[in-house]
Design a protein around this ligand. Sequence first.
Ligand code: SF4
Ligand code: SF4
Length: 214
Amino acid sequence: MPTVQVKTVFGDVKFQCQRCGSCCHHRRPPEFDDLIPIDRLAEFWEKSNLIYLTDKDIHNISRRSRKKPEEFVDTLFKYNGDSVRVEDGGKKVILDLPVMKSKEDTTCVFYKNGCSVYSVRPKACRLFPFRVEEETTPKGDILLNITYNPTCPGIGKGASVDKKRLEKLVVDQFLHRTESIFPKVQRLVAEGKIDRCAKIYRTLPGRKVHPAER
Ligand code: SF4
Ligand code: SF4
């Protein structure tokens, strides 16, 4: 049975948000295609700062803002609450995880001189400038390594980071995400719809190059 381990991979780091708003500007690195192979994910995470949403985030924000998920959720394919797609006869598994939509100027759709959904902001926003780099060991165990974005001007200011609180946030985020993905993947595997050697891809959402599916 694979295990999941969470760990902060930095020493004593101080952080206090300076409310500069820079993390509400979302970068979508142009050098990546719509589908990102797993072996380029670390590079993708390094160059982007998209806000990934769990189903619970979407539910809370929708209720609070009175907007339909389609109004603030970005996916590559048409959003229908299902993040797992299988193509090429089971040889390609695509995880189209929802991210927060951005305006033309790259700011988050909820950014209006600050966050307009602050009390229900996504877990990814609560985590920033800390982020998770997932790693799978040869045994299939999952390591959730917590790092941070050194360009955030809040790093090095204020009090030392409470690592326990950070780890709990990461575990919650991981559980909420896997709750919506794993059952579907397990069912597809049991039905023989995913090839044992399938390649896994993540998407670069918001590009919408599949207009037929919109
Ligand atoms: S977390 Fe960092 S980048 Fe985001 S608003 Fe605060 S200081 Fe700015
Ligand atoms: S939800 Fe709020 S904190 Fe998060 S990116 Fe949007 S405006 Fe910024």
